[in-house]
Design a protein around this ligand. Structure first.
Ligand code: FAD
Length: 622
């Protein structure tokens, strides 16, 4: 091995969504950072759907932005259709989603990385870690170069021993068109990591010139696209529609006729697939009563004819794919430009991670993204950001940033991963968060901006804007608490519309806004000042007033849980033989080695009684 003559603070392996955030965070925090990736032209490439956000995923993107990450800014600059989902539902489940121009997205991210001070990019495949005892000190590459570093972050995505399946044909690849990563997962296994196998799949990419869009229903984005980032003023890209199409009984017959050559149903694929993102053959087999499945035909960009039929991923043979896609109304003449496929890959069980994303078997080594058994760009980017932050904090001798389940969806995800592991691809859902009402998209900045600023990722200018917004919210809440509706001074129509006729006492505007039927735009009929505040401040004030009761209740729950979260368990704690604990619980605790009592309480099978015994045992150690 040729040893490169420079020691880095942080080496990031992999230039996917996790790797980009990790590398930017570490470099922006002042660490000399090296990003090594198999193909520099594939930085931040979207392997599957050309879109960012959606339910719970949009929350992650806003949190990444609030902490000072890049994903939200990148999609704002390259998005070609923006929509807010669930606008008619409560604020906790409202979510942003945007179609991306796939090439613009990757090129802009690459440029941001290239222009980042302290960040060095090199094309190389890492084949092994360099260890000094139980501490990682560098990486070896396939080209025979050794790079040394104080910390290493692995973000290998679907690439480790990647195996692509199209029907009964299979070949090695990290994703279609990319080389796999060979050797690294064997090395991790030798170092004591629990390496498993997962699977995911993607639809074909179709030639839009061969689709009859006149027969499909167009779906447009919002009239006024709302950016993801708290720092973006407006969306400048041209906006384009998606189109809706449906499979039919004939499509399903074609799929059923190909199942004997499906790698999934003939037992060739061993890896576990994403339960919540099933392939079309899975849907047809599992829901035989459904006579059609919906697909959105999504543009892959402004300068390409390729489109992505979402929800139609498959690993059926190519001849079945031809027939199946052409059985859909409007797609009778469709040409496949890239076939659909499934991919199996190695991942490392995240049960072997601390909540900082540092691994337990190897000190100063961090794992982030799909390597931890997650699925999705947003999940990967959020972990990458935290791993980058924590590697940099380690280099600087500072305490790690651990987000709690009450702080952020990022906290929920990481806690789920490190306390329960992942036996199947993990994706984020709002239902995974027990404090949903506290963790909204709209207040991600109020929850996390401060932390982003403290660690050095949020710029002064952005922080200044945030402080002004916070102040405006405070002032507006105060004003609404003081100003009153005096029935005798208000228009009769208003009183009638809101059932206030005959009311004797004055109501504060706050009391009025608390009523479910009164919105801030209704209130503007009697209160001109409310429309003078910026829309994001108004939205925040309205939500805080309307949901105050529920928010307070969740805050009380958080308060009660805090004691467990703050009680640390030493890593050398001896669980085996601990009196009062069943053998099963002893084994689980021994395997998981939780960092806190809170984590221990969430390990499946660890009962409240076991937590009491553990807490007594901890006190007697002191
Ligand atoms: P990736 O984006 O995969 O990036 C990994 C990077 O690491 C690559 O740049 C690679 O070159 C580099 N790398 C790997 N090994 C090495 C090494 N040894 N040395 C140097 N560099 C290395 N997500 C969904 O949410 N829904 C889906 O339906 C879905 N379907 C998918 C279908 C397919 C076929 C694929 C491939 C992915 C799919 N995904 C899906 C997953 C989504 O693409 C990933 O979750 C996301 O890209 C993970 O980001 P990441 O940064 O962890 O890894």
């Amino acid at each position: 091995m040729i040893v490169y003559d420079k020691e880095y603070d942080v080496i990031v392996v992999g230039g996917g969504h996790a790797g980009c955030e990790a590398a930017l965070a570490a470099a922006r925090m002042g660490c000399e950072t090296l990003l090594l990736t198999i193909n520099l032209d594939a930085i931040a490439l979207m392997s599957c759907n050309p879109a960012i956000g959606g339910l719970a995923k949009g929350h992650l993107v806003k949190e990444i932005d609030a902490l000072g990450g890049e994903m939200a800014k990148n999609i704002d600059a390259t998005g070609i259709q923006f929509r807010i989902l669930n606008t008619k539902k409560g604020p906790a489940v409202r979510a942003s989603r945007a179609q991306a121009d796939k090439q613009q997205y990757r090129l802009r991210m690459k440029r941001v990385l290239e222009e980042q001070e302290n960040l060095h990019l090199k094309q190389a495949e890492v084949t092994a870690l360099v260890m000094d005892g139980e501490t990682v000190v560098g990486v070896d590459t396939k080209a025979g170069v050794r790079h040394m570093a104080k910390t290493v972050i692995l973000t290998t995505g679907t690439f480790m021993r990647g195996l692509i399946h199209i029907g009964l044909v299979h070949y090695s690849g990290g994703r279609a068109g990319d080389l796999p990563s060979v050797g690294l997962s064997d090395n991790l296994r030798e170092l004591g990591f629990d390496v498993g196998r997962l699977k995911t799949g993607t639809p074909a990419r179709l030639d839009s010139r061969t689709i009859d869009f006149g027969r499909l229903e167009a779906q447009y984005g919002d009239d006024q696209p709302i950016p993801f980032s708290f720092s973006t003023e407006r969306i400048l890209n041209k906006q384009v529609p998606c189109h809706i199409a449906y499979t039919n009984e004939r499509s399903h017959d074609i799929i059923r006729s190909g199942l004997d050559r499906s790698p999934l149903y003939s037992g060739i694929i061993e890896g576990v697939g994403p339960r919540y993102c099933p392939s079309i053959e899975d849907k047809v087999v599992r829901f035989p009563e459904k006579d059609r499945h919906q697909t959105f035909i999504e543009p892959e960009g402004l300068d390409t004819v390729e489109v992505y039929p979402s929800g139609l991923s498959t690993s059926l043979p190519i001849d079945v794919q031809w027939k199946f896609y052409r059985s859909i109304a409007g797609l009778e003449r469709v040409e496949i430009m890239r076939p659909a496929y499934a991919i199996e890959y190695d991942y490392v069980d995240p049960i072997q991670l601390h909540a900082s994303l540092e691994t337990k078997p190897a000190r100063n080594l961090y794992h982030a993204g799909q390597i931890n058994g997650t699925s999705g760009y947003e999940e990967a980017a959020a972990q990458g950001l935290l791993a980058g932050i924590n590697a940099a904090l380690r280099v600087q001798g500072r305490e790690p940033l651990i987000l709690g389940r009450n702080d952020a969806y990022i906290g929920v995800m990481i806690d789920d991963l490190v306390t329960m592991g992942s036996k199947e691809p993990y994706r984020m859902f709002t239902s995974r968060a027990e404090y949903r009402l506290l963790l909204r998209e709209d207040n991600a900045d109020l929850r996390l901006r401060e932390r982003g600023y403290e660690i050095g990722l949020v710029r002064d200018e952005e922080y200044g804007i945030f402080l002004r917004k916070k102040e405006m919210i405070k002032e507006e809440l105060q004003r609404l608490r003081q100003e009153k509706l005096i029935p005798s001074q208000v228009d009769d129509d208003f009183l009638e519309d809101f059932d206030l006729k005959g009311m004797q006492n004055a109501l504060t505007y706050e009391q009025l806004l608390r009523r479910p039927d009164v919105t801030s735009s209704d209130l503007s009929r009697i209160d001109e000042k409310i429309m003078e505040t910026p829309a994001d401040v108004r939205e925040q004030v309205e939500i805080q007033i309307k949901y105050q009761g529920y928010i307070d209740r969740q805050l009380e729950q958080v308060g009660r849980a805090k004691k467990l979260e703050h009680t640390k368990i030493p890593q050398d704690m001896q669980y085996m033989g601990l009196s009062g604990l069943s053998a099963e619980v002893q084994e689980k605790l021994h395997k998981f080695k939780p960092d806190t009592l809170g984590q221990a309480s969430r390990i499946p099978g660890v009962t409240p009684a076991a937590i009491t015994i553990l807490s007594i045992a901890l006190k007697s150690r002191c």
